[in-house]
Write a protein that binds this ligand. Structure first.
Ligand code: 9UX
Length: 68
């Protein structure tokens, strides 16, 4: 179980937040998702690779970069 922080680009409104939240929650192994609009970031915990989370966000039409 790890926690991954993602920097998000292209997220501008509450509907974007919902799209990203939903996309991340659909990834197998994800247990908890917290998307922060003002901070343009997300925190995801679960048993899952950061690269898979990035792909899920990209599939939803946004850009994500893991933060160290
Ligand atoms: Mo509202 Mo978010 O048009 O892309 S869904 S800004």
């Amino acid at each position: 179980m790890t926690t991954t922080r993602l920097a998000l680009r292209g997220m501008r409104c509450a509907a974007c937040v919902s799209s990203i939240d939903e996309a991340l929650n659909k990834v197998p192994g994800v247990e908890q998702v917290s998307v922060n609009l003002p901070d343009r970031s997300a925190e995801v915990s679960g048993d899952v690779d950061a690269a898979v989370l990035v792909k899920a966000v990209e599939s939803a039409g946004f850009n994500a970069t893991p933060m160290g």
